[in-house]
Design a protein around this ligand. Structure first.
Ligand code: MN
Length: 245
């Protein structure tokens, strides 16, 4: 018999997909997850698994006991502003309340047990909000002089650069302090709370954070959609931290 795989298990949060009911049948919500996330985890040496939603903290603890690391993924939705004590801005995007509730509990539980965690795009915002951050609900209307953060070109290409703090998790992983990144977000972290800001775009927008504990990293872009070893190194850093769990 072959030796079983010993890759660190990395749990990923899925999005809620469009319901595609046939006429006359009830809608059936479905989980969906871009394959690129799983491919990046695998390319980085991890074993990706999907984490179905729950609002039961015991069930979430059981899910996390199966994982050596987690990725909070992004999606075309916004975190409910009441999570950070604000009213809805007119340009707030769609909400996925069931997903946001799950991710809030999942991030909380992962931080409590110092399980290595990587937050991507909206996943970084979920990490930040759990650490007491507030968000800019709409960059274009709320931040004078903001760059275009919803690039029109492919997310496989750069949208802007980020300047990374030397000595941060991210700088050590990517071995650089200047990185070309894609940009597909209309919100961003405003006040970081207990999160440490470790990268900014040229217009000052917060593009990466670190949380407390062993490994909690959030990036505002999608490294899994860009080519190159520097982008993959972000997933590698997660998997390497997970391997030490
Ligand atoms: Mn950006």
């Amino acid at each position: 018999m072959n030796k079983p795989e010993t890759r660190p298990v990395i749990g990923l949060t899925p999005d809620i997909g469009e319901t595609q009911a046939r006429p006359g049948r009830p809608p059936l919500p479905r989980y969906e997850l871009k394959q690129a996330y799983c491919e990046a985890v695998r390319a980085a040496g991890g074993l990706p698994i999907v984490l179905p939603y729950s609002d039961d903290i015991d069930a979430i603890a059981s899910l996390l006991s199966l994982c050596e690391g987690v990725v909070i993924t992004g999606g075309g939705f916004d975190i409910p502003p009441d999570y950070y004590g604000e009213a809805h801005h007119p340009r707030l995007g769609p909400l996925h309340p069931e997903r946001s509730r799950f991710e809030r509990l999942l991030v909380r539980a992962a931080l409590a047990r110092e399980l290595p965690l990587l937050g991507i795009c909206g996943g970084m915002q979920a990490l930040a909000v759990e650490l007491g951050a507030t968000l800019i609900q709409d960059l274009e209307s709320q931040l004078a002089g903001a760059l275009e953060h919803q690039q029109k070109n492919s997310p496989g290409e750069s949208g802007h650069t980020v300047q990374i703090d030397a000595g941060s998790l991210l700088a050590r992983a990517a071995r650089t302090t200047l990185l070309e990144v894609n940009s597909t977000h209309h919100q961003a972290v405003r006040e970081p709370g207990r999160a440490r800001v470790i990268a900014r775009a040229p217009d000052g927008v917060i593009e990466a954070i670190e949380g407390p504990g062993r490994f909690a990293l959030g990036v505002q872009w999608h490294p899994e959609l860009m080519p190159g070893a520097q982008q993959l190194s972000i997933y590698r850093a997660l998997v390497q931290a997970a391997a030490r769990t």
